[in-house]
Write a protein of this length. Structure first.
Length: 131
């Protein structure tokens, strides 16, 4: 199972992947392997989009508030990219990922959820967590 995890806080990445089996991956993205799970940890929208461009994922977990000083770098940037992937056929109804929005920002998370669902993503879940 392949997972993409996007958050700008290292503590949340550590919470998500408690393992010492970490290797450095593409473009500074940390890859964590545990059993049959491979998690690509990304900290910026650019890293996430770079990874999404060449990989299909089973689960994508997104935060909304990534860089509060620059709204062009929030989680909606990645959602827009995912919607484009669905529109162009990169993902189909049969192989689309589950998307988990783990942000505590209710308005931002709900906006992400609504746009994904309205664009054809069937497996979208709001699941905020705090570490």
């Amino acid at each position: 199972m392949k997972i993409l995890f996007l958050d700008d806080q290292k503590v949340r990445h550590d919470f998500f992947c408690k393992t010492n089996h970490k290797i450095q991956g593409v473009q500074g993205v940390c890859i964590c392997r545990v059993d049959d799970y491979e998690t690509h940890h990304t900290y910026t929208t650019k890293q996430a989009i770079d990874m999404l461009s060449g990989n299909k994922y089973d689960i994508i977990s997104l935060d909304y508030d990534l860089d509060c000083t620059d709204p062009s770098k929030d989680g909606m940037v990645v959602v827009n990219f995912l919607v484009e992937q669905m529109r162009t056929g990169f993902y189909t109804d049969e192989d689309q990922p589950s998307v988990i929005i783990h942000s505590w920002n209710r308005c931002g998370a709900k906006m992400m959820e609504n746009y994904l669902v309205d664009s054809g993503y069937r497996y979208v879940q709001l699941s905020p967590f705090y570490v």
